[in-house]
Design a protein. Sequence first.
Length: 83
Amino acid sequence: MPRVVVDVMPKPEILDPQGKAVHGALPRLGFSGVTDVRQGKRFELAFDGEVTDDVLAEVEKMAETLLSNPVIENFTVRVEEGA
């Protein structure tokens, strides 16, 4: 069954307090070498049948109107086969 994944991330110029909190916690937990952390959201949408260009266009609309806030977030849409 094909699955469409929408990844939503804060735009680079937007402050990400959750990412900063994770970044600050990593060294305290013994992890090193991480220079930055940005936290986002992932949506997985399952579809019956083939994911066509029309389906992807509909998912783009979903991402623009419901899954993300285009003022402060960017999103990407991709297909995962066989998931």
